[in-house]
Write a protein that binds this ligand. Structure first.
Ligand SMILES: Nc1nc2c(ncn2[C@@H]2O[C@H](COP(=O)(O)OP(=O)(O)OP(=O)(O)O)[C@@H](O)[C@H]2O)c(=O)[nH]1
Ligand SMILES: [Zn+2]
Length: 228
């Protein structure tokens, strides 16, 4: 377990990348940043506090933490929160972005479909299971394709509402690609709707965020929203 905690600390680069700073500033400016406070806690301190809090939760539920199956659960949850499902709260984890000059003068739509992700609903802290579609009209820059998937995953690794997730991906790509002409749509199943509460097993939710020509031009929007 010690090694895993050390890994939590050591895997984190110290300085934010230029792209991470650019994206964070763009989200703050547009009012779309996730509501966060700077509590000054290191990754290791967060892990320790969450583990202790979940020890309380598990014991309060009346479960026996001396049982060998349950004993490590507070540790597992703390590690999962900090390192996995909420790691996107930490801009030090923002993916390395490769952007190249559009020397080929590509001016037709680049569209990536069926980007699978899981996120976590910020109201109930249970899973959101979704597919994203992302498109842009290249201006002076082109982004490495896998970086689009990585950006979706980064913002999915936060407590989210689907509408904000959709907008955060839009603003991020607009900032990195230096163009408004970006579109994002997400279709997702919320387990807070499926597995509890209203218990609807079949509904899904679609959200769309459109910028520039995708908003202004019926043709461009139609091409983006078309099935594939
Ligand atoms: N707009 C939006 N709502 C969401 C999202 N994820 C969960 N919700 C909703 O957030 C709402 C929270 O409602 P509350 O009445 O405070 O919570 P609740 O008593 O657990 O509500 P129920 O889910 O209806 O049982 C619910 O309607 C959820 O379906 C999301 O991504 N976007
Ligand atoms: Zn929910």
């Amino acid at each position: 377990m010690k090694a895993e905690i050390a890994e939590l600390t050591n895997s984190t680069p110290i300085i934010l990348s230029k792209e991470a700073q650019l994206v964070r500033d763009a989200l703050i400016k547009s009012g779309l940043e996730t509501p966060m406070i700077d509590n000054g806690l290191s990754t290791e301190e967060k892990y320790t506090r969450i583990k202790s809090a979940f020890t309380d939760v598990v014991e309060t539920l009346g479960l026996d933490l001396t049982d060998d199956s349950l004993a490590e659960t507070p540790h597992r949850i703390a590690k999962m929160y900090v390192k996995e499902i909420f790691s996107g709260l930490d801009y030090k984890q923002f993916p390395k972005i490769t952007v190249i000059e559009n020397k080929m003068k590509v001016d037709e739509m680049v569209k990536v479909s069926d980007i699978s992700f899981t996120s976590t609903c910020e109201h109930h802290f249970v899973t959101i299971d979704g597919l994203a579609k992302v498109a842009y009209l290249p201006k002076s820059k082109i982004i490495g394709l896998s970086k689009i998937n990585r950006i979706v995953r980064f913002f999915a690794q936060r407590p989210q509402v689907q509408e904000r997730l959709t907008q955060q991906i839009l603003v991020t790509l607009q900032a990195l690609l230096e163009t408004d002409n970006v579109a994002v749509s997400i279709s997702a199943v919320h387990f807070c709707v499926k597995a509890r509460g209203v218990m609807d097993a079949s509904s899904s939710t679609q959200t769309t965020a459109l910028g520039g020509l995708f908003k202004r031009s019926d043709k461009t929007r139609g091409e983006f929203l078309a099935r594939s």
